[in-house]
Design a protein around this ligand. Structure first.
Ligand code: FES
Length: 317
């Protein structure tokens, strides 16, 4: 789908340093095209100058004309993303961005909403809570962070409705996820974004819940079991070329090996950049993005991680 080809230029108009390890950046249009409106939970792709493409959630209120605000935590294990943003971006810097796209939208309707955020995972959730609060919807937030001074947007959210914001500030995980989930009414929608151990704990605690009531925004991929991989064929519909994908390679890697370019970013099944239309065959979906309904429809797949259930897939490439 080559979504990154639809890049636009934006200018950094404000840089903030709200916590010890997080910087915020306000982005305004710089190519004459006004910024597209976004819905709470959406993210953009940012081409970091001299570095990789990274996905950052849009924070705050979803307004029609921008600016976009993103928050970036400095990661010591950074592969060039967060350090590039912290060290090379200043007011006036031009950036290329793609999107916005939303794989973490609010579920429509009136029902209780429980948000569980860990650290920088609060970024999409601020926009979601802001929207729900304006609509007088029922929401509660459980916010895990190392300390208050590491908790971006905590004061803003606490001012909104202090009785709805529950903090779990500690160097070690202290939130009893199982007890929290058990205490919810059966019509609650549960949203979680944060570090992998928190996400996995919430996924485990909600495993018996209806899938459509549990929503995750993964920053890094859940563990993928490749032990049962088998080879299969991929037919590229537009050229008729057929390629074999061995057990130890992904579709994306095989395409690259053979000189084909498909845009990609995370290569972990969490960003949606490599989403490709499926014409025939049944994918074995391994991404962390598609809903149960989208998986069942088999209309698209993330070719950086997903494979085939049968012997051949036909892709719109
Ligand atoms: Fe991110 Fe495939 S490159 S989902």
């Amino acid at each position: 789908m080559n979504r990154l080809l639809d890049l636009r230029r934006v200018r950094v108009v404000t840089v903030g340093h709200p916590t010890v390890d997080v910087m915020t950046f306000d982005l305004q249009e710089a190519d004459g095209r006004s910024l597209e409106p976004f819905t709470p939970g959406a993210h953009i792709d940012v081409q970091i100058p001299g570095g990789p493409v990274r996905q950052y959630s849009l924070c705050g209120k979803a307004v029609a004309s921008g600016p976009y605000t993103i928050a970036v935590k400095r990661e010591n294990e950074s592969r060039g993303g967060s350090i590039g943003m912290h060290e090379r971006i200043e007011v006036g810097t031009l950036l290329s961005i793609g999107g916005p796209r939303n794989h973490f939208p609010l579920a429509p309707g009136s029902h209780p909403n429980l948000f569980i955020a860990g650290g920088i995972g609060i970024t999409p959730i601020t926009a979601m809570i802001t929207e729900l609060h304006e609509q007088n919807q029922d929401w509660a937030l459980h916010y895990c962070a190392r300390s208050e001074k590491h908790a971006i947007f905590y004061l803003e959210l606490a001012q909104l409705a202090p009785e709805r914001v529950h903090t779990h500030f500690s160097e070690k995980p202290i939130l009893d996820v199982d007890a929290l989930i058990r205490a919810q009414s059966s019509d609650t929608h549960i949203y979680c974004c944060g570090p992998k151990p928190l996400m996995e704990a919430v996924a485990q605690a909600t495993s018996a819940w209806p899938k459509e009531q549990v929503h995750f925004e993964w920053f890094s991929a859940p563990e993928i079991d490749n032990s049962s991989n088998t080879p299969f064929e991929v037919e590229l519909k537009r050229s008729g070329v057929v390629l074999t994908v061995p057990s130890d390679r992904t579709i994306l890697q095989v395409l690259r090996d053979n000189g084909y370019h498909v845009d990609s970013a995370c290569e972990e099944g969490v960003c949606g950049t490599c989403e490709t239309a499926v014409i025939a065959g049944e994918p074995e979906h391994r991404d962390a993005l598609l809903s149960e309904e989208e998986r069942a429809a088999n209309k698209t797949m993330m070719i950086c991680v997903s494979r085939a259930k049968g012997s051949r897939l036909v892709l719109d490439l």
